[in-house]
Structure formats: C-alpha cells, structure tokens
Design a protein. Structure first.
Length: 156
C-alpha cells in the first residue's frame, strides 16, 4: 500500500510539472510571439526561458520517481516520470543548444536564412522535436497522475 504523504506529494509535483508545461507552452510562449515586436525578441525570450523549464522538469521528474519508489508504487508506474525527465534532458543538453547555434549563425534570427538554406530545414526539425518532447513530457506527467489516482482508488 502506498504511503499517503509520499503519494500526495508525488501527485502535487506531477501536477506542478504538467501545469508548468501547459502554462508556458499554451499561454506564455504564444503570448510572447503575439505581443513582442518581431520574432527575434520573442525567440530570444523563449530560448532564455526553456533551459530553466527543462531543469525544473528534470528535478520534478526525479522527485516524482523517488516518491513513487519509496511510496511503494508498481515499478513501471514509479519510473514513468523518468521518461519525461529524459525528454527534458535531451532538450536541455542537445536540442536547445543546437537550435541556439543555428539562430546565432543566422545573425540572431531564423528569418534571415534563405528558404533554400539547409539550416532552415534543420532548425524546423529541431524545433518540432523540441515541441514534441515538451508535449510528451506533459502528457507523461498527466498519464502518471491518472495512473496514480486509479491505483489509489483500487487500494481503497
């Protein structure tokens, strides 16, 4: 039987993680691109914020794994947030730096690249990968919440 304090704390951390990703991805990033003058400034703002978001995601994922483990969750359920943390790690250590390099090589704005420039296609691929990893991490956090709640209901 899962220990109630660790189970409740794990659910809270998973909720913070999913909420953070939703708030940033669905509200803050679109707002930056809609309100700031030019995409270059918006891209710099988002690019500066994403490493912190990745770091927070890694910490929250590790904490959720630890709490699931000590709380007696089934192994797969305990470890599931670790996959989302891995997505943040890939974003932090590989995707974000590469996206930044391409943007800087373009003079600070991807819009300055010609449509036939291969870096534009690479940027699009990396950007789509980054978005996909953030969405997947958020969905994993939500799936873990649902799984934990369902497992908790079965225990009662």
């Amino acid at each position: 039987m899962a220990e109630p304090v660790s189970q409740g704390l794990r659910l809270a951390l998973l909720g913070i993680w999913a909420g953070m990703l939703l708030a940033i991805g669905a509200v803050a990033i679109p707002a930056a691109f809609q309100t700031l003058p030019g995409t270059e400034l918006s891209a710099r703002l988002v690019g500066a914020a994403l490493p912190t978001l990745d770091q927070a995601g890694i910490v929250l994922a590790l904490a959720a794994v630890g709490l699931g483990w000590v709380g007696g969750a089934q192994r797969a359920r305990a470890l599931l947030p670790g996959l989302g943390g891995t997505f943040h790690l890939v974003s932090l250590l590989w995707l974000a730096p590469r996206i930044h390099e391409i943007r800087e090589a373009a003079g600070g704005s991807i819009g300055r690249l010609g449509v036939d420039n291969p870096d534009l296609a690479l940027f699009a691929l990396l950007h789509n990968g980054s978005v996909s990893l953030f969405v997947a991490a958020g969905l994993l956090a939500l799936a873990t919440i649902a799984w934990d709640l369902r497992a908790g209901m079965k225990e009662n």
